[in-house]
Design a protein around this ligand. Structure first.
Ligand SMILES: *Cc1c(COP(=O)(O)O)cnc(C)c1O
Length: 395
């Protein structure tokens, strides 16, 4: 097989060489526990502090507002469960959106079983939250609004500043799952009125299993993981020093190269979108045309099954992702594609391609040619397509 064309960077990314190099000494040389007082322990502690400061700096936050976790899912769980618990005496109502990641949606379902009430606000056909509906959902007992910064499937970027303003006008806490947005779009927690923000290193060329929750000073929050006094007594467990070091480096690189990198990605993304829409009939783009993540393209091809497409792309060395969840044992199409109003059969024919800084025009040209071939082949085997063609010929 020829070269691998990896277009699934929303699922995870390759750990960059510089990040890996920064991490390695903390496995073998400076392996001390950051809580100990001898000098190799101190080395770990210092490395953690540097990483915390770097990350805080990229968000306009203070270092002591950054709490390391074991990834984005933990940060999301923590933000929701532990604020729900801490603010329970004030109210039991939470507002979120219909297109959140399952780390948020399944946590909300869990909280509903704990007698919390959750409103799932609708999005429009572009996957942008309906602000009027959000405002109407607010009640005196609303304690938290959690809306993602950018969607992992269709890339749509939410009006985070407006949501933050609405939350604060009503004295409600605002959490955002920024796992897809951090390092891709500029974020300043003060300007956007964000109280809590989740993030994960492996989406920005850092290692897997490390993330953080930004918690604004003054926000009451319980611990999710109980034990030792790490992370200022808010998140127990011996620190993942190599992971934290890797995350600091990845954040520094992602934010440092953001402008140049995303400009290049946007150009390639738009080239991909334009050509697919023009050259493959009966195809639509999912998500907002411009207000989307720099590296995200998501299409629905009529009369095609997403999973079959993925398998055939894989045989050509191309990695993508499909909007349907057949691989996870369920035949339900993605909740995100349904929320933007796609009928089941169209949602099933979806393909997400997410670029990286390493993606070239040659990769995209090759991918477009293969998509054209594969879609044509799959349609030629589809009875639905055959019927459709016959009917349209009769007209
Ligand atoms: C990947 C992702 C998560 C989960 O992060 P992990 O570090 O893999 O647990 C949460 N939210 C969004 C939007 C994501 O894309």
């Amino acid at each position: 097989m020829s070269k691998l064309i990896y277009l699934d960077n929303a699922a995870t990314t390759k750990t960059s060489k510089t990040v890996l190099d920064a991490m390695l000494p903390y496995f073998s040389e400076y392996y001390g526990n950051a809580s100990s007082i001898y000098s190799i322990g101190t080395k770990s502690k210092e490395a953690i502090n540097r990483s915390r400061e770097t990350i805080a700096g990229t968000l306009g936050a203070a270092a002591n507002e950054i709490y390391f976790t074991a990834g984005g899912s933990e940060a999301d769980n923590w933000a929701l469960k532990a604020t729900a618990e801490a603010y329970r005496s004030k109210g039991n109502h939470i507002i979120t959106s219909k297109i959140e990641h399952h780390a948020i949606l399944h946590t909300c379902e869990y909280l509903e079983k704990q007698s919390f009430e959750v409103t799932y606000v609708d999005v429009d056909e572009n996957g942008i939250i309906k602000l009027e509906e959000l405002k109407k959902a607010i009640r005196p007992e609303t304690i938290l609004i959690s809306v993602m910064f950018a969607n992992n499937e269709i890339g749509s970027i939410q009006p985070v500043k407006e949501i933050g303003e609405i939350a604060h006008e009503h004295g409600i806490l605002f959490h955002t799952d920024a796992v897809q947005a951090f390092g891709q779009v500029p974020i300043n927690v003060d300007e956007l009125h964000i109280d809590m923000l989740s993030s994960s290193a492996h989406k920005i060329n850092g290692p897997k299993g490390i993330g953080f929750l930004y918690i604004r000073k003054g926000v009451k929050i319980r611990s999710l993981i109980h034990g030792g006094a790490q992370e200022r007594k808010r998140r127990a467990g011996t620190e993942n020093v190599p992971g934290i070091v890797g995350y600091g480096k990845a954040a520094e690189e992602a934010v440092g190269t953001m402008q140049e990198r995303t400009a290049k990605e946007i150009e390639l993304r738009d080239y991909l979108i334009d050509r697919i829409l023009k050259e493959v009939p009966y195809t639509r783009l999912n998500g907002h045309r411009t207000n989307r993540l720099p590296n995200n393209a998501n299409f629905s091809f009529q009369f095609v099954e997403g999973e079959s497409m993925l398998i055939m792309l894989d045989m050509e060395g191309i990695c993508g992702s499909s909007g349907s969840a057949c691989t996870s044992g369920s035949l339900d199409p993605s909740h995100v594609l349904l929320a933007i109003g796609l009928p089941h059969e169209i949602a099933h024919g979806s393909l997400r391609l997410t670029l990286s800084a390493e993606t070239t025009k040659e990769d995209i040209d090759f991918t477009i040619e293969k998509i054209k071939e594969i879609v044509a082949r799959l349609r030629s085997m589809s009875p639905l397509y055959e019927d459709f063609v016959k009917k349209s010929q009769k007209k």
